[in-house]
Design a protein around this ligand. Structure first.
Ligand code: XUL
Ligand code: CO
Length: 438
């Protein structure tokens, strides 16, 4: 197989002092952190769509980057060239996972039977490429938002025929995920929402989404899919309101419809911030509910109110993310770079340097989060802060044995309670800075 990225070597780890743009400064896969190699803490994945398909088109202009890989776009030869490019890319960076939508892999035909035949052919080829490498599929999904038939959603569509088409795509994408050994299967409800309540039966739409997910779980389990299903929450864009608004909303939905045993969350940084949360907030909400599954690692822009899908460079945010992940005991999924180069970064070097940036950012985040945990002062503060619940009336409250009358009698005999103690926020923020930059 002819090399595609001929000017790019295998990316080495050269350490923090290196000035080589094509080297890792912090991601050192074999370095042990909290008893485990970095590469195990950080199962990174390449997103097929941004890396191999998208060329920088935006609402105001066409592609700037050439992703033809020497073949005519829209052909199976091009689909195969993308596989070659993707595998060379992952191998040069030491990335061990990839994520895909059905239509990222092959050009969609008019007839789904032909699309499925193409998908069989390309996944045979992907399997061949996987052989002899340690590259695996992190998760698969069906694109149920780009084609005009999904203008009103897939599970939430008003058209039963479109609903069936979505079912057919999910069935195939699940089969492909199983064929490629995927760890997870994602539902991102890109158009599962509404533009106006004036034409929307919200209850019916949500029930129909749940019915589709239940059918997906039943079918997935019947063909041997043992991994997790994921909901990837996002509050808006493309729809004005999306039902999987944030982790809390999605978890409530899963519980309401009895789907919580089969599903976890795939939390994307820029989706959490669009919902008015921090990234770490949605990670924490998922984790405390036992549903932190996987992460779409990217970041937004403070000045822009949409999903900019930037490669993560904010070490503070990455540290907070890794703190949540370490505290949760790691991910069953991985870190998928659902991120794209900025439009003026259109060269092959830019593709590689973007991933180096993202991987180094999360490696730093891991190192700094481990330092925060080993330091122990944050944990100690939490322990002290809630210590009034470890004995006396507090312990009785926690045991669930207290009654409202008893607590009221206790309060009436107490006089005025003491103030609850300083939150020490500034001290804690200073500790984080000390460990990040000290
Ligand atoms: C869109 C998005 C998707 C999902 C998969 O905002 O994040 O790419 O990750 O459909
Ligand atoms: Co995503």
């Amino acid at each position: 197989m002819a090399e595609i990225f001929t000017n790019i070597p295998v990316i080495p780890y050269e350490g923090a002092k290196s000035k080589n743009p094509l080297a890792f400064k912090f991601y050192n896969p074999d370095q042990i952190v909290l008893g485990k190699p970095m590469s195990e803490h950080l199962p990174f994945a390449m997103a097929w769509w941004h890396n191999l398909c998208a060329g920088g088109t935006d609402m105001f202009g066409r592609d700037t980057a050439d992703k033809s890989f020497g073949q005519e776009k829209g052909t199976m030869a091009h689909a195969k060239a993308k596989v070659d490019a993707g595998f060379e890319f992952m191998q040069k960076l030491g990335i061990r996972y990839f994520c895909f939508h059905d239509v990222d892999l092959v050009p969609e035909a008019e007839d789904i039977k032909e699309t499925n035949r193409r998908l069989d052919e390309i996944t045979d080829y992907i399997l061949e490429k996987m052989e002899g490498t340690d590259i695996k599929c992190l998760w698969g999904t069906a694109n149920m938002f780009s084609n005009p038939r999904f203008m009103n959603g897939a599970g939430s569509t008003n058209s039963a025929d479109v609903y069936c088409f979505a079912a057919a795509q999910i069935k195939k994408a699940l089969e492909l995920t199983v064929k490629l050994g995927g760890r997870g299967y994602v539902f991102w409800g890109g158009r599962e929402g509404y533009e106006t309540l004036l034409n929307t039966d919200m209850k019916f739409e949500q029930e129909n989404i749940a019915r589709l997910m239940k059918m997906a779980v039943a079918y997935g389990r019947s063909i041997g899919f043992t991994g997790d299903f994921y909901i990837e929450p996002k509050p808006k864009e493309p729809m004005k309101h999306q039902y999987d608004f944030d982790a809390a909303t999605a978890i409530g939905f899963l519980r309401q419809y009895g789907l919580d045993k089969d599903f976890k969350m795939n939390i994307e940084a820029n989706h959490a911030t669009l919902a008015g949360h921090t990234f770490r907030h949605d990670l924490r909400v998922s984790a405390i509910n036992g549903m932190l599954g996987s992460i779409d690692a990217n970041q937004g822009d403070y000045l822009l109110g949409w999903d900019t899908d930037e490669f993560p460079f904010d070490v503070y945010e990455a540290t907070m993310c890794m703190y949540e992940v370490l505290k949760a005991g790691g991910l069953t999924g991985g870190f998928n770079f659902d991120a794209k180069n900025r439009r003026p970064s259109y060269t092959v070097e830019d593709m590689f340097e973007a991933y180096i940036l993202g991987m180094d950012t999360f490696a730093l985040g891991l190192l700094k989060a481990a330092a925060l945990i080993e330091d122990g002062r944050l944990d100690e503060n939490i322990k002290v802060r809630y210590s009034s619940y470890s004995s006396g009336i507090g312990a009785k409250i926690v045991s669930g044995e207290a009654t409202l009358e008893e607590l009221a009698a206790y309060a009436e005999n107490m006089g005025a309670p003491e103030l609850p103690g300083s939150g020490r926020q500034e001290r804690l923020e200073a500790i984080v800075n000390q460990l990040l930059f000290g």
